[in-house]
Design a protein around this ligand. Structure first.
Ligand SMILES: *Cc1c(COP(=O)(O)O)cnc(C)c1O
Length: 790
């Protein structure tokens, strides 16, 4: 580790890297100088890790993901290198505010939500555990759009994280791989030569990801698309200036934007190009690295494990077969076996609209050789498994879920419930043919970011109580249970939460127009806006509560702040309507003097990792209310439990396991089970029945319908009311009464301050299992066959 003082390094970088005189340096300059000083220290362990991996000829894990929702990296690096005190001190002596500098960093939002954040937590855990690994993805010029709220409505503007230099990446101009599309295939015997019609270069950019205590660092390599001939000088000389720059503009389109959809299929040619672009570049890079120290390609699976994060990189199956068979001369059957021994696939959703498939016309036009290989993979699979008819290509489509399954030696779900449902639904046929293939790996979150760094008050108390070994051995939080019966300790636990709430309240006062009273219950639902996540169930209950408080203001209501945040995909109109309803309800409810002491509503714009880090430590109640069977796992639920916010939730995804771990008396369960949901859907008028049976629900839906929250524009919310009263596919109406009932139990429980603190503390103490370190150990032993080099 570096021997120089951090402060000296900051000043050195400010002067010689940034070229700034300290007297004239801006926040940006200081932030960059600090980042470079921290980065220098990470680079040292990064090189050491690479050397160790080569020396041991160790198996490497390659995590292919279309999304990495990494957020800010500066504080992460500082925390993991244990430089926080030194960095704070340095800035104090320089007369600068450390927090301002840290918050100057753009939030890298190269992902939509849970799937991308999982990939980021996994990289950090892989480094903490010292497992040699690379993350591979796309260096999007524009990450997920920025969300503003104007007149209650979502407005999207482009995200521009690269408008300033990205402090953490190293450009690798020497790593430039040509990636082709379209063109012709010349078959000779069973092999073929593919001559693409167009090609772009994939250029690598490396970001080191450091683990806890800086013992190990792995690489996140993101691909940027570049034109092979960047500039047409002849056209320029002819005066066609725009046309001259066209090749570069066209090529760069591939890595220009992250698709802003979450759980919906984007049937776009550009999307398929993006998928092939980063997958093909990654595979070529993997083989190149393997070739540099090995000469027997048949031994590839001994040194290479490739994880497909969802089906987005599913083309890896046929592409690896193509590389091994067409280009390296392996027999087709050996190529398939070798590829399968390397590949494994994580399924993230059972929602039919989110299962990727491509029309064979488009697929064949872009990837002509791969379409033939998909057929041959299907034929070989059918021959080996004649009892059932199931294939990757059918009905004019190439189905990426089936393709991933057939080409993977292991397929995993992300919670016990989800894995079970996978076996019974989407992959029922394939599961029966391959009973050993599906395994479960329940998701997790990294405790470095999601407790140590984001919640210094609570993590300080924990370390004072049980030492700091919990940071990379989260099950040690169990040791807190013996402290919980100590009244003074519980007071300290409660005080940490209260201080977090006061801090959030201050921030809201400065940025959101009102500071909520920190004595209210902070009831928080933050996640992508989606019908299955049922923000509309929450806002409907809010409306019913408002009506009830107005009827009966002196009934001893437990004061609540309902906090919402989340982005809706730009073309997902219903989700956007829900955002507008929440904002409209907030406007009416917050202005009501009768209910104001007991109920406030806030929608905080632009939900991202940094906002999550701010809100979660201050939450009292975690809303995890998806229709059972629809949320594969969730990871937000884990962050809340860890930070001492008990859950109100359905038996869905990892909620089931959270409840088992924290104890059912410390979890507010409501609603139908996944099985009951399926049964209920077959009742023709389920919503009407539910509304007829609950006058409270009827009144709330009626208020939405008649425009109570849209004075002067009374039809504005009618669509939502008709949906809830009519098709209601996500069963908001049917789960409402039970949700209301349990929310009132939450009210009483919260009114007992000591009892609530105890419940919150037990959630923290018993959430150790939800560390992504535990998840990664599961993948390492059950799927990858890799090992730790620490
Ligand atoms: C954790 C996280 C998610 C996932 O939240 P869920 O509630 O599991 O959907 C999404 N976005 C961000 C920014 C996160 O930090």
């Amino acid at each position: 580790m570096s021997e120089t003082l951090l402060k000296d390094d900051i000043l050195r970088h400010l002067t010689y890297t940034l070229g700034k005189d300290p007297d004239h340096a801006q926040t940006y300059d200081w932030r960059m100088a600090l980042s470079f000083a921290v980065r220098d220290r990470i680079v040292e362990s990064w090189f050491a890790a690479t050397r160790k991996t080569y020396d041991a000829d160790a198996k490497r894990v390659y995590y292919l993901s279309m999304e990495f929702l990494i957020g800010r990296l500066l504080e992460d690096g500082i925390i993991n290198l244990r430089l926080l005190d030194e960095a704070r001190e340095a800035f104090e002596t320089l007369g600068l505010d450390f927090q301002t500098v840290v918050e100057d960093e753009p939030d890298a939002a190269l992902g939509n939500g849970g799937l991308g954040r999982l990939a980021a937590c996994f990289l950090e855990s892989l480094s903490t555990l010292g497992v040699p690994a690379y993350g591979y993805g796309i260096r999007y010029e524009h990450g997920l759009f920025k969300q503003g709220i104007v007149g209650g409505r979502q407005v999207e503007t482009p995200e521009t994280w690269l408008s300033q230099q990205h402090a953490w990446e190293f450009e690798r101009p020497e790593v430039r791989l040509p990636i082709g599309f379209g063109g012709k295939v010349k078959v000779t015997g069973e092999r073929a030569v593919w001559t693409p019609a167009e090609a772009v270069d994939a250029e690598g950019f490396d970001t080191p990801i450091v683990g806890w205590q800086g013992k190990w660092a792995n690489t996140l390599r993101l691909w940027s698309a570049k034109a092979q001939e960047p500039f047409d000088l002849n056209r320029f000389n002819e005066g066609a200036y725009a046309a001259a720059a066209e090749p570069e503009a066209l090529a760069r389109t591939i890595s220009r934007v992250l698709y802003p959809d979450d759980s919906t299929e984007a049937g776009k040619e550009l999307r398929l190009k993006q998928e092939y672009f980063f997958t093909a570049a990654s595979l070529r890079d993997i083989l190149r690295r393997y070739d540099s120290t090995h000469n027997d390609i048949t031994q590839l699976p001994k040194r290479v494990a490739i994880q497909l994060n969802d089906t987005h990189p599913a083309i890896a199956g046929p592409e690896l077969v193509r590389l091994l068979h067409d280009e390296r001369g392996m027999t087709f059957d050996d190529a398939v076996e070798t590829a399968r021994a390397c590949l494994s696939y994580t399924n993230h959703t059972l929602l039919p609209e989110a299962l990727e498939s491509w029309g064979e016309g488009l697929f064949g036009r872009l990837l002509p050789r791969h379409l033939t290989l998909v057929d041959r993979i299907d034929a070989a699979h059918a021959k080996a498994n004649p009892t059932r008819k199931v294939a990757a290509r059918g009905d004019g489509q190439v189905k990426m879920g089936e393709l991933s399954f057939i080409m993977a030696h292991k397929v995993n779900g992300v919670s016990a419930l989800h894995t079970g449902l996978m076996k019974e639904t989407v992959f029922e046929e394939l599961h029966r043919l391959h009973l050993e293939r599906i395994v479960n790996q329940t998701n997790g979150v990294t405790p470095r970011r999601w407790l140590l760094s984001c919640n210094p008050r609570l993590s300080g108390l924990i370390t004072e109580s049980i030492g700091d070994a919990w940071v990379d051995d989260l099950e040690q939080l169990k040791g807190l249970e013996s402290h919980i019966e100590d009244a003074a300790w519980l007071d300290a636990y409660h005080a940490a939460k209260q201080d977090n709430k006061a801090e959030l309240s201050n921030w809201m006062g400065q940025t959101q127009g009102f500071a909520a009273d920190p004595h209210m219950m902070f009831d928080v639902q933050i996640k992508r806006m989606h019908e299955y996540k049922r923000q509309h169930l929450n806002i409907l209950e809010t409306i019913a509560l408002w009506q009830e408080i107005r009827d009966n203001p002196n009934a001893g209501w437990t004061p609540r702040l309902k906090l919402f945040a989340g982005k809706a995909a730009p073309s997902y109109y219903f989700a956007k309507d829900i955002i507008r309803l929440i904002n409209d309800v907030a406007e009416i409810v917050n202005a009501d003097p009768v209910t104001s002491p007991y109920l406030k509503v806030a929608f905080i714009p632009n939900y991202n990792v940094s906002l999550a880090e701010k809100l979660i430590p201050a939450a009292d109640l975690s809303e995890q209310i998806s229709t059972a069977g629809k949320e594969a796992s969730g990871t937000g639920n884990m962050k809340f439990a860890l930070n001492g916010a008990p859950t109100i939730g359905t038996l869905d995804g990892a909620n089931v396991e959270i409840r088992e771990h924290v104890g059912e008396e410390n979890f507010f369960l409501f609603g139908m089970t996944a099985q009951e949901v399926m049964d209920r859907r077959s009742v023709a008028d389920h919503a009407a029945q539910a509304i007829a049976a609950d006058p409270r629900l009827a009144r709330a839906v009626e208020a939405v319908r008649k425009g109570t929250f849209a004075p002067g524009d009374t039809d504005r919310h009618a669509g939502i009311a008709y949906n809830i009263a009519g098709p209601d596919y996500f069963l908001v109406a049917s789960d409402f009464s039970d949700y209301w009932r349990v929310q009132r139990e939450v009210d009483s429980a919260f009114a007992d301050e000591k009892g609530w603190a105890r419940m919150a503390a037990l959630n923290t103490a018993r959430s150790g299992w939800f560390s992504s370190d535990r998840t990664i150990k599961g993948y390492v032993s059950d799927i990858w066959g890799a090992s730790s080099l620490l």
